[in-house]
Ligand binder design. Sequence first.
Ligand SMILES: Cc1cc2nc3c(=O)[nH]c(=O)nc-3n(C[C@H](O)[C@H](O)[C@H](O)COP(=O)(O)OP(=O)(O)OC[C@H]3O[C@@H](n4cnc5c(N)ncnc54)[C@H](O)[C@@H]3O)c2cc1C
Length: 416
Amino acid sequence: MPSNENVPSLSPDAFRDEAERFLRSIAGEFAGAAGGAGQDPPSDRIAAVEELGEGYDQQFKRARELQARLFDAGLAWPSGPSDLGGRGLSREHDQVLDDLLAELDLPSREVLFVGLRIVAPAVDAHGGPELRKRTLPALHRADLIGCQLFSEPGAGSDLAGVTTRAVRDGDDWILTGQKVWTSIAHLADVGEALVRTDPGTSRHGGLTMFLVDMHAPGVTVRPIRQMTGGVAFNEVFLDGVRVPDAHRIGAVGDGWRVAGTSLGSERNFMIGDDGPVSPYVLERLTAMVGRLDTAADPVLRQEIARAVAAIVAMRASADLPDGSWGHRLEPVSGSVLKMLMTRAVDGIAALAGEALGERAFTDRGERDTFAWSEFVLGAPALHIAGGTDEIQLNIIAQRGLGLPRPPKPATQPAAT
Ligand SMILES: Cc1cc2nc3c(=O)[nH]c(=O)nc-3n(C[C@H](O)[C@H](O)[C@H](O)COP(=O)(O)OP(=O)(O)OC[C@H]3O[C@@H](n4cnc5c(N)ncnc54)[C@H](O)[C@@H]3O)c2cc1C
């Protein structure tokens, strides 16, 4: 049963008070982790996507510790059912908690987002009772770290082209194939794997979703280093990996629908308060520009206003009540919001690069300067992650506006 069918018994305001009291009581243990006052020198890290650069092991450890503290206090998953470690409250309570965590000086949990925001919602909505019981509390406590095994060398935008095979063998399935661009696979315990169980049926109908043990024999993870210097991605090879049928998420042949749950939740995360255009980023941007000697530059001031307007427009659009997008745009509002988000991030990255100039790329030990390099270099990735810009525009054009599908490219004649 999905976890949002509970009746809230605690008002969001009362919940906020309770959560705030608890978070403030533990803030000292994590002092300095997110840039506020504390015993350690406060970090000035600012990233568009989590890059897992230098010192990430410490960052990862702190995020896990925080998540465990939240879980043990009944604050990791407010909308989840109480028998799985939740509180039986509403999605609004989840939002209250996310807002609070963004405001306080606590470690970023972004490194956990794949398990919490991509894998867990799919298991919650489509997994059987046993799988839900075994994995949801562990994912929400960050005892289990999750990754998303969707993309393949020949299947990214065209995700229905997945060729990793799963063949039934008694109570198990045997998985063989290759995945790529798998964020945090090198840290993960479980992977949500979209695979082909029936090559004979339709491209979408032949897919099934499994939860794979990343420590099982036959799983090989190879990290990919990117231009930021971090190692967030991996190639994952599945060579005859045995997965119990009990670890299937949803029905055989229903993998496309399960993937839709994960992708929808991923896009919601990207436009939310924990995402790359959070109130925290906006605050850091205005503080940084305000301190610079170029703050009086009229062009720069206009650009700040433009970047802020883009963020405000995105956030206002995200907060629109159900139905206000109109019957044609409603199913594609996620794609519209993702486009608004990437444009807002581009505006911030361009502005930070321009305002800081060379200071953004040479570390002189000055606060709030070099720290922006991670944001500027990470921004282009958001045009690709969670579905590329071109694919979002195709979705808006076809499903939202009813325009015809683009013509297929002509086949090139074979070279002689
Ligand atoms: C930061 C980040 C994190 C990621 N994390 C994960 C992860 O954890 N797990 C995972 O499975 N994947 C992950 N990905 C992969 C991501 O989902 C894919 O990169 C994305 O879906 C695009 O697929 P592709 O790279 O194969 O590009 P392609 O699909 O090969 O696209 C190449 C170019 O062609 C364009 N194109 C393709 N088809 C069309 C079309 N029909 N019309 C117009 N243009 C088209 C695309 O827009 C793009 O510009 C991540 C990517 C990034 C950047």
